[in-house]
Design a protein around this ligand. Structure first.
Ligand code: BV8
Ligand code: ZN
Length: 249
């Protein structure tokens, strides 16, 4: 059903000297991780801006930590899918792909992808809410379930917060710089994202300005669909398997 468009992407990949991919929740959907804005989405009984914000955490840290603890438990039971595996393979190819992800679930890393640029951080990292000297640097915590809940900063014993970027918070400068640098590429793929969250969604426009061939792989149309050279409607895992099959190297 999409072999011809997959062939077009595969042929661009065969001649590309650099490839950058940005992924969203749709890449983890086949693994059973709910998307953010889908029917059974992670936000269904909350508006995104309500829950994933510093204000929500300040007013009710227990409620926000209940939500993250639930997501961590859910993700811990999920396995990477073929989309993660193909991207992991491409990240260690002769011409390695750069994988930028909006996802905080860690499934790209679990699939073996090297050098993942985590645009919105990770639910497997915590930071000190009071930003004490030692605790301002995120630390890894993979405990499922979290105990105690909410978790404390090991350095000052104040509240810990999830190591993610919330709405109204800036993307860390080094992450933004690395991501913008990665948009200087021959091929830019945006996969499994509704392209409504900025500045992540604007990386596509930066890639276009640098002359990249751009393609979107998504189950449904998005605000980016009209901006890419080739929009492919399909599931990230099956489309990536087809493109990988058609690549000659
Ligand atoms: C910033 C981490 C500067 C936490 C997330 C008003 C006030 C303040 C800010 C704003 C404002 N108005 C606009 C903004 C900017 C705001 C923004 O973009 N808002 C949007 C909602 C309008 N952005 C920010 O605040 C950013 N910071 O701008 O800093 C600043 C500073 C101060 C004041 C102003 C500006 C920070 C944004 C980061 C927010 N953090 N997550 C957590 O995860 O808990 S965002 C959240 O959405 C997730 O990270 C997620 O990754 C991201 C994007 O969602 P998607 O991944 O696209 O998921 P979604 O469900 O939406 O779509 C999935 C798609 O997959 C669907 O299209 C579906 O069809 C498709 N799909 C499903 N299954 C499959 C599939 N595709 C393929 N195959 C399948 N099988
Ligand atoms: Zn601290």
């Amino acid at each position: 059903m999409f072999t011809d468009v997959a062939e077009t992407v595969a042929s661009h990949l065969d001649t590309a000297q650099s490839l950058t991919v940005i992924t969203g929740a749709g890449v983890s959907a086949p693994s059973g991780v709910p998307t953010f804005r889908g029917p059974q989405g992670l936000w269904k009984n909350h508006r995104p801006e309500q829950l994933a914000t510093p204000e929500a955490f300040a007013s009710d840290p227990e409620m926000v930590w209940e939500w993250y603890n639930w997501r961590r438990e859910l993700v811990a039971e999920c396995q990477p899918n073929a989309a993660h595996r193909i991207l992991a393979k491409w990240s260690s190819a002769a011409i390695p792909a750069t994988i930028i992800t909006q996802n905080v679930d860690g499934l790209h890393e679990r699939a073996g992808t090297t050098g993942v640029i985590r645009f919105h951080g990770s639910i497997w990292e915590l930071r000190c809410w009071k930003e004490c000297d030692a605790g301002v640097i995120a630390w890894r915590n993979t405990a499922v379930p979290l105990d105690p809940l909410p978790p404390r900063c090991p350095y000052c014993n104040e509240l810990a917060r999830p190591g993610v970027v919330w709405f109204g918070e800036s993307i860390p400068t080094d992450v933004l710089t690395k991501s913008l640098q990665a948009t200087r590429c021959d091929v830019f793929l945006t996969i499994g994202t509704s392209a409504v969250v900025h500045p992540a969604a604007s990386l596509l426009h930066s890639a276009k300005q640098h002359g990249a061939f751009t393609s979107e792989i998504n189950l449904e149309g998005t605000p980016s669909s009209g901006d890419v050279d080739l929009a492919i409607q399909g599931s990230a895992d099956t489309v990536l398997v087809e493109i990988d099959r058609l690549r000659s190297k």
